[in-house]
Design a protein. Structure first.
Length: 252
C-alpha cells in the first residue's frame, strides 16, 4: 500500500467538502476518483498536495504521516500533480516549462540553473531530461516553441511532462482529458498506461470521462458530497446502485 487515507474531513466554514473519506491505493495501481461536480475530488487532491489541512483524519504515504510534511517537501517525497486549470508559463518554451518541474531534483534550484550561475552542468542534464520527457509525450518537435497559442491537448500533455520531471513515484492527474476530443482522450488513456509502466508510477486520476476511467483504472473510488459511496473494481463500481443514483438521479 502506497497511499492510505483514513477518515479525512475538510470544512470551509459551514461547508463540508470531505466527510470521513477513507480509501487506499496499492503500489503501481491506477485509482480513478469519480463523482459529480462538487463531490470533493479536487479537495482530496489538495489535501494530498498539502494545500489544504483536514480538520480530522490521517493520510500516510509509504508509511510516513503525510500531514506532518510541509507543502514544499511534497515533491521530495515523490509526489507530483497536474491541475484542472492549466498552470503553465505561456511565454516560456516547452522544454523550459518542463525544466521547472525538475527544480526539486537539482542542487542549485531552477532559477540559477536557467541563468547558468554556477550550474552549467546541472542545467544541461535537466534540459536533456526534459527533452526526453517531451519525446515520451510526443512533443519533442515543439521543444523550443513557446507554450502560448498551442492546442489545448498539447498543453495538457506538456503539464504531464512537467509533473514527470520531478521523478515522482505517485502522480495525481486532475482531469487530464478535460477539453480533449474523443480521439485525444483515447490516445491520452494509452499514454497514461504506458507512462505508468515505464516510470513505475502509482496514479490517482480524477476524470469525468467515465469510459476512460473504467478502461485504465485498477480500482475506482466514487464520491458524492464529500463522502465515499462506492469502491472496487471498475465493473463493481459501474454496477453499484449508489453510483448509478448519484449520476442519473432518482431511484434505481
Amino acid at each position: 500500500m502506497l497511499l492510505d487515507v483514513r477518515d479525512v474531513s475538510v470544512r470551509f466554514g459551514g461547508i463540508v467538502a470531505l466527510d470521513g473519506l477513507t480509501f487506499s491505493i496499492n503500489q503501481g495501481d491506477i485509482c480513478g476518483l469519480i463523482g459529480p461536480n462538487g463531490a470533493g475530488k479536487t479537495t482530496m487532491f489538495n489535501v494530498v498536495s498539502r494545500i489544504y489541512d483536514p480538520f480530522k483524519g490521517n493520510i500516510s504515504f509509504d508509511g510516513q504521516n503525510l500531514l506532518d510534511v510541509p507543502a514544499h517537501r511534497i515533491a521530495e517525497l515523490g509526489i507530483a500533480r497536474t491541475f484542472q486549470n492549466l498552470a503553465l508559463f505561456p511565454t516560456m518554451t516547452l522544454v523550459e516549462n518542463v525544466m521547472v518541474g525538475a527544480h526539486c531534483q537539482g542542487s542549485v534550484g531552477f532559477l540559477r540553473a536557467m541563468t547558468r550561475i554556477g550550474a552549467r552542468k546541472e542545467n544541461h542534464l535537466i534540459a536533456e531530461k526534459s527533452r526526453d520527457l517531451l519525446r515520451e509525450l510526443g512533443l519533442d518537435k515543439l521543444a523550443h516553441h513557446p507554450a502560448s497559442g498551442l492546442p489545448f491537448g498539447t498543453l495538457k500533455r506538456l503539464e504531464i511532462a512537467r509533473a514527470l520531471a520531478a521523478s515522482p513515484r505517485f502522480l495525481l492527474l486532475d482531469e487530464p482529458a478535460a477539453g480533449l476530443t474523443h480521439s485525444e482522450v483515447d490516445e491520452l488513456a494509452d499514454t497514461i498506461v504506458s507512462l505508468r509502466e515505464k516510470f513505475n508510477l502509482t496514479i490517482l486520476l480524477v476524470e469525468h470521462h467515465m469510459a476512460m476511467v473504467m478502461r485504465i483504472s485498477d480500482q475506482v473510488v466514487a464520491m458524492e458530497f464529500g463522502r465515499k459511496i462506492a469502491e472496487g473494481t471498475p465493473k463493481q463500481v459501474q454496477n453499484d446502485e449508489n453510483v448509478i443514483r448519484a449520476y442519473l438521479g432518482g431511484d434505481v
